[in-house]
Write a protein that binds this ligand. Sequence first.
Ligand code: BGC
Length: 495
Amino acid sequence: MVMSRRGSGSLTLPSGQTLAIHTRTHDEEDLPHATKRTMADHLRKYESLFTLTPQRMRMIVEAFKDSLELGLEKTSQIVPMIPTYVFGWPTGQEKGDYLAVDLGGTNLRVCLVTIQGDGKFEITQSKYRLTEEQKQGDGQKLLDFCAECLKIFIDSSLTDPLNMYLGTGGKIPLGFTFSYPCTQTRIDQGVLIRWTKGFGATNTEGRDVAEMFRKSLDKYELPVELTALINDTTGTLIASHYVNPKAKIACIFGTGCNAAYMEHVKDTPKLKELGIAGDIDMAINCEWGAFDSFEHEHLPRTKYDINVDERSNKPGEQAFEKLISGRYLGEIMRLVICELIDEGVLFLGQNTYKLENQYVFDSAFLSLMEGDPTDELLMIIGIFSHFFAVETTLAERQFFRALAKLIGRRAARLSSCGIAAIVSKMGYLDEGCHVGADGSLYNKYPGFADRIHEGLVDIFGEKGRNIVTHHAEDGSGVGSAIIAGSCFGFIVYYS
Ligand code: BGC
């Protein structure tokens, strides 16, 4: 008779949910599970599909560089290289209290940021989870909700907000971090090019979202002045440099992915007609998630990636982001699992309907699987039994962990290609530079940063070690505050 073992304990998921594990593992019991050998054979197949060689990475970097250049040269390119009208680096000595509203891919955050100078800051914040209805409903209503949350925050967290800014007409400068591609002609304006990250709110694409948000702020009679519309990467760039002047690039690896860096106006041909002095620098929001969109010439997409793309609300778009970001990694893994279920390899005799719906497999599961510290892989037992009501053998769990690793590692290595393209375009390799990074994938996925660094060495050789990523703590809130403050004329910002 086969001995059964029991695991028990509890785990807290990123969503805050607690997962209790009281699960019996039974590798060779009554259900017709796949053998260790079968799983190993399948793993080999996925290894060849998801692995990126250094040579392939270097080819991607070259194509990436061309796309960045093209975006700087002309408007309306696939990688739009958006001028942000944020000029130059902060000095590190900025000071003041500012409000920031951050509409990201998953949450809405409202923050009061106290910039203290010397690279220091303090944040008080409230976080709200966005519902699917808000993401897909009317855009103005979504912005009304943002204004309503800001009102609740001001009423409950600020004791005497109107006194904070003597001589300013009683208005508090507000930075609006809006993490979607917007064309800007000024810092306090931005026309949404397209939604990304699964958002689809109506009546918003093609419109000035800053103007729309002002309407919502007026509706709630808030004592604020929206002085800047900022992408999360631009905020992170400014915040990272404020804390660490070696930071020259910022990246977000979260629900979506993107990067920003400081570019010379003279090297941005499409800005020529504005007559800005060539020796000035301006932050560029690359919107690199769009790299290789529509034409799909450069990135190695598997049939699972193509499936994710074709069934998304924006087929063809955000091709790079769909291989990397937290919104999609779980879905890629789910499609592989479903294929193995259909082939009769996994979960024979078990009811697998819970695995059949799009996006039910959270990307956080991949990071929990990779981080499972137990020999029996209790975390993986818990995920499959609790969320999908299926039982797994140790061989299957080892396979799932290895698969998560392949998908997570590919995401990190592709991310290195994007960073390498900016580094190489700007000539930062020899002198080295820091890259401020933020986002759930970067912060929570075990080994993500190490894999990016490993990828940079694969691309550049030993010199790749000169490029170091580090966590930019609350970049989008702090950067947004610094920029909002500088636009209000309270702090000396340009260096
Ligand atoms: C958006 C970017 C954003 C990134 C990270 C992407 O989907 O297009 O604007 O910076 O997600 O949040």
